[in-house]
Design a protein around this ligand. Sequence first.
Ligand SMILES: *[C@@H]1O[C@H](CO)[C@@H](O)[C@H](O)[C@H]1NC(C)=O
Ligand SMILES: *[C@@H]1O[C@H](CO)[C@@H](O)[C@H](O)[C@H]1NC(C)=O
Ligand SMILES: *[C@@H]1O[C@H](CO)[C@@H](O)[C@H](O)[C@H]1NC(C)=O
Ligand SMILES: *[C@@H]1O[C@H](CO)[C@@H](O)[C@H](O)[C@H]1NC(C)=O
Ligand SMILES: *[C@@H]1O[C@H](CO)[C@@H](O)[C@H](O)[C@H]1NC(C)=O
Ligand SMILES: *[C@@H]1O[C@H](CO)[C@@H](O)[C@H](O)[C@H]1NC(C)=O
Length: 939
Amino acid sequence: MCPKVLTFLLVASFQIYTQTHGDDFTVMSILKDAWENTPRNWVGADPCGGKWEGISCNNSRVTSITLAAVGLMGELSGDISSLSELEYLDLSYNTGLNGSLPPSIVNLKKLKNLKLGGCSFYGPIPELIGSLQLLESLDLNSNRFTGSIPHSIGNLSKLIVLDLFNNLLDGAIPISSGTTPGLDMLVNALHFHLGRNRLSGTIPKELFRSDITLIHVLLHDNNLTGSIPSTLGLVHTLEAVRFEGNSLTGPVPSNLNNLTNVATLILSNNNFTGPVPNLTGMASLSYLDLSNNSFDASDFPLSFSNLRALTTLMMENTGLEGQIPPTLFDLPGLQTLILRNNQLNGTLDIATSSSSQLKVIDMRNNRILFYSEAPERRNNVDVILVGNPVCEPPEATKNYCTVPQANYSYKRLPEKCVPLHCISDQISSPNCECSYPYRGVLVFKPPFLESRNSTYYVHLEEESLMRSFKSHQLPVDSVEVNFPAKDSFGYLESNLSMFPSGQNHFNTATISYIGFVLSLQTYENSDIFGPTYFKGSAYPYFDGKSTVSKELSSTGRIIGAAAGGASFLLLLLLAGVCAYRHKKRRERASEQKNHFAYLDLKNSDSVPQLKGARCFSFDEITKCTNNFSEANHIGSGGYGMVYRGMLPTGQLIAIKRCRQGSVQGGHEFNAEIEVLSRVHHKNVVNLVGFCFERGEQMLIYEFVRNGSLRDSLSGLSGIWLDWRRRLKVAHGAARGLAYLHELVNPRIIHRDVKSANILLDECLNAKVADFGLSKPMDNSELILACTQVKGTMGYIDPEYQKTLLLTEKSDVYGFGVVLLELVSGRKPLERGKYLAAEVSSSLDRKKDLYNLHELLDPSIRLDTMPKGLDKMVDLAMKCVQEKGRDRPTMGEVVKEIENILQLAGLNPDAIAESTSASFEEASQDEFPPSLKEEELSLS
Ligand SMILES: *[C@@H]1O[C@H](CO)[C@@H](O)[C@H](O)[C@H]1NC(C)=O
Ligand SMILES: *[C@@H]1O[C@H](CO)[C@@H](O)[C@H](O)[C@H]1NC(C)=O
Ligand SMILES: *[C@@H]1O[C@H](CO)[C@@H](O)[C@H](O)[C@H]1NC(C)=O
Ligand SMILES: *[C@@H]1O[C@H](CO)[C@@H](O)[C@H](O)[C@H]1NC(C)=O
Ligand SMILES: *[C@@H]1O[C@H](CO)[C@@H](O)[C@H](O)[C@H]1NC(C)=O
Ligand SMILES: *[C@@H]1O[C@H](CO)[C@@H](O)[C@H](O)[C@H]1NC(C)=O
């Protein structure tokens, strides 16, 4: 009987010949159908064993999907929640992914990483996202999520990265109270990236405690109010604090001075008051921006000269007065000093400066009276003193009294090598190797918006990016930065091209990792370039070729989708049949998963028909084949063995048993189910059922009593085929093939038309069998069969062999050979001679019997002058024409055979419509005794 439940069936059936758990294949197929631009090798029924790009598995379960920046388009189906072993989901930087996040995603209980940054998702973040108890990284940055941050995130006790940057989230930062969880419970978190949203309310003091290990607190560019809670000073692990672009007020708490690990502190564009904070305890401070606040007017804090790690100091419009302490220019790493719009006076003296890294000093709109420059560094340091007394005439023409044009056009260093001319979309890298670069935009807010020599910065950016990649051991050969432009937030956008090392393309895992490194905002040298974030472009080259190829791409995809979809549907249907029977038998509802509902809705028109096909148990099959006894063994092939058997009802069946572990067998088995489930015709062998159990895959057909046409022609079956019977067989087989070619949707090419695959029932109805090599066709005329030519020697279409272009006309060729067999009784290839060639060379239409006496089958009783034999030979010769376009279609073949039938005095309609009682009765006496049931030795 049917094995267990639906789910089990799928599992069992797939484990036979795939390494992928059935449910997981189901889900992957749904995802594939819902997305455009999935990797090219997403074909077949075995994502794990088939090594689908971007998919990793463990014990035949899909554990990871890594498809960052591959150009996916579509929505994320809620069915993904059925991938119950999924740990890693990275779909970052696919801007064509949109829709809302399915709430069912919270059922992915094993999920550790959810990375959807840089897509176009919208709507709320699922309220119950906190059910993902194992989640370590929740990265939803740069989408269009709305609503508030779910409280339940507080339940993610393993969460390390919370990245909600750059969305449309509003409401307050959620904090626990009573039984309601909140972000304050995330004791393992290292990264809170909540910047560039619409968050309001205050920064909760509960968020910070001395026992947490936060590294990044990024709350910038929101609508937060109130003051900085002094608890922030308790988090000694902090490295980056960004609160800029809010409406924060009050004094900066003095205990921030305790945060000795902070390297980046940005408090600009708020409404802080009180004294400029004393930060001399921040020994690691490298990037400090206090600009545009309402601090008390004060002298420039002398203590800043003690910040030995400082590289960038920005205090624009902060009420500074008096003289800049000359000791400031003793800081060894100082590069950038932006002190615009203050009341600083006295002398700017860098002549004796020991800050060898100095690049920019922008002090426009102050009260500087004198400037003492270092002549030897005149070209290396941009000094801007516009709006100071020192630039009043006659000094106004001095270099430092003009504002340099923002000029980011970039002068490349002289090439180290000769750039190559590369083919397809490959680019010559800075190291002159052709490869497919991964491109993206690194967005940053540099302390300098104007520079006389930006070449320096571009190189610096390239170098620091390379250092980052090296330290993460990423296979990046080189980086090229180009054409920075300003975005609407005043950020600069620099175009990156990252070139792979070792091979000419990156794989999906590396793309994912690069995105991770660049999006974490920990990228090295942020002290020079300011806060950054990354927008990756689509990378369709992860298998070393563009997946968006020119002409063939859309056809190819349709073919693939049609093929994959059909077999997938079929398996669902098989599962459905079993589930239904099981339910009926056990009177117990089987579990229906939501993906089945989804499919029923979506594809109700195209659900294949499996009239009466049923699911057999292994025991049942064992019993009815007498334990696969030798006596019941009736044939074998590449796939395995064929047995006959008798069901308890008395129905005779043939069982095709796939050899275990045969990959080829698996493919053929698949193809066969796919075809037979869709076709129903008197002249096509009927599928009775199937059996997937105990690692077996078996197909069960109606038993076709009289064996194959080949057997009859060679006298093995003991059936004597006179001329009229041959005509009837030809007619039936032709009708079966015409049906496949013309009436089934999508059309089917059999690919292995031969006399051994035409079976004859007790009334000599021909039945086309063995669809192991068959191919469904979409509406295009051809299938490019990229692999080797398949078929049987003697029957293979010579044009297909040459061009690899498979058409229905290849079947017509095979059928022509079968007609020649019917006429001659010979095999298509005997002693190295091809039957078609022999007939062709002997043929002389002017002579009696076309001069084919030698070749005609003696058992046709030539003395009775078979009617229409000449026409049959003509038809056969048309079918075996060299060029497909010169051959008739199967429909035309059927018509011509019907003409011949009439010439022979037979009524084609009667033959086609009935089991041909009249025809059979008329010739009953001529039948040699056929196999009797008793002879089948079934017990
Ligand atoms: C910030 O809040 C104020 C009122 O509190 C509101 O008027 C403003 O539109 C908000 N800004 C954003 C970007 O939401
Ligand atoms: C932090 O700074 C405050 C004053 O700003 C001081 O009283 C306190 O002792 C410091 N705490 C630690 C742990 O250094
Ligand atoms: C800062 O406060 C001043 C008044 O104290 C007010 O005029 C200004 O709008 C405030 N700025 C912001 C960004 O809230
Ligand atoms: C700044 O804080 C340090 C301790 O970190 C202290 O030694 C120094 O006196 C303070 N400076 C001022 C001006 O308060
Ligand atoms: C600089 O400004 C301070 C405070 O505004 C003032 O006391 C001092 O005299 C000024 N020095 C010069 C040289 O103008
Ligand atoms: C710009 O900077 C680069 C790199 O630091 C340097 O090689 C080049 O000479 C500079 N160009 C000018 C015009 O100063």
